[in-house]
Unconditional design. Structure first.
Length: 338
């Protein structure tokens, strides 16, 4: 394990004023995005769309790293330049999603376990050869008045830790993503209660597996009410609860926390991140690792049409710029109409 390399990469991923683009949607997931604008889900259309994002002028001012899907990390621009090489030329770090999705956790109704550990060491070697410097693994935690079970939390934390150990063995920074879903009618208080348990168990597992914490990036959910909860929260309420939860559970040796958007609207995800950074200094960098919240307006502006390529890039760049400002606590809603 090259500790210096891991630390340098992790710190660069959460560099001041920059965040991570999650462009790791599976083919099935990106089909849902494309269906909203009547774009056929072909490999070429997926390549063309990612080409649009990665070639956006000045995106590197706001984006530090990009998470690829397996198909995408092997693709190239129209000019034949590998996407990984294009990003490196922009000082943007390439990474790869390595989990193979969730499966039902047997004997535990409505709970899941993430798969993909079998053969991961060998896959990590190959991804490293083609330019990946970090990886991502997502654990999914369902929440209601009873869920999650203690066993589901422990099982997913254990898998995250095993994945992180394999990453660091191969000098690849692990993004550790334990996501408490925002589906359902749970309150913000219930979200905080469950997230406390999930983060506590996650770091217990990471430390048991001797993970070098300065060489990881944490990608958690924010503390927010469920989508169906009658009482929604202000950005200030989300910020207060989220920072409180992180201070309770996340060691200061972790260099940065890059939040997932988890189904929030683009504007909500930006405002909530900004409110956290307006609270003041934190022991770790608080930034973004958004997928839909960075891309939704880009897809709707592009619509699969060549003549809309620039409009799609402009929409993506605006969201990246707004989130960069939020990561510094400098966001203002007036930026949305800039």
């Amino acid at each position: 394990m090259n500790i210096d390399k891991l630390e340098r990469t992790a710190e660069a991923m959460v560099a001041k004023g920059r965040g991570i683009l999650a462009a790791d949607e599976s083919n099935a997931t990106i089909k849902k995005r494309f269906d909203t604008v009547n774009v056929i889900n072909t490999e070429e259309n997926r390549r063309e769309y990612r080409d649009l994002l990665f070639n956006t002028p000045n995106m590197e001012s706001y984006i530090s790293a990009v998470i690829f899907f397996d198909e995408t990390i092997h693709q190239s621009t129209e000019k034949g330049i590998k996407f990984t090489e294009l990003l490196v030329s922009k000082n943007v770090i390439p990474g790869i999603k390595v989990d193979k999705g969730t499966k039902p956790l047997i004997n535990f109704d409505n709970e899941t376990i993430t798969e993909g550990l079998d053969g991961l060491d060998e896959r990590m070697v190959e991804y490293g050869k083609i330019g990946a410097r970090f990886a991502k693994w997502r654990a999914v935690i369902n929440i209601d008045d009873v869920l999650p079970s203690k066993f589901a939390v422990e099982a997913n934390a254990h898998a995250l830790a095993r994945y992180a150990a394999i990453c660091q063995k191969n000098n690849i920074v692990p993004i550790v993503e334990p996501e408490v879903l925002m589906d359902g009618a749970h309150t913000i208080e219930r979200c905080e209660e469950v997230t406390n348990v999930v983060l506590e168990e996650t770091f217990k597992a990471l430390q048991s597996h001797k993970i070098h914490l300065p060489g990881i990036v944490l990608k958690p959910n924010m503390i927010i009410p469920g989508k169906l909860c009658k009482t929604q929260a202000t950005p200030e309420e989300v910020a207060t609860a989220t920072v409180r939860c992180l201070l309770r559970n996340v060691p200061t040796s972790v260099p940065g926390i890059a939040f997932l958007s988890g189904g929030q609207s683009p504007e909500e995800a930006t405002a909530n991140l900004d409110a956290m950074n307006k609270i003041g200094d934190h022991p770790w960098v608080l930034t973004f690792s958004y997928g839909r919240a960075l891309q939704a307006t880009a897809i709707s502006s592009w619509q699969g049409k060549d003549e809309n390529r620039t409009a799609g890039q402009d929409a993506f760049l605006l969201r990246a710029k707004c989130n960069s400002a939020a990561s510094l606590g400098d966001y203002d809603f007036s930026m949305e109409s800039a």
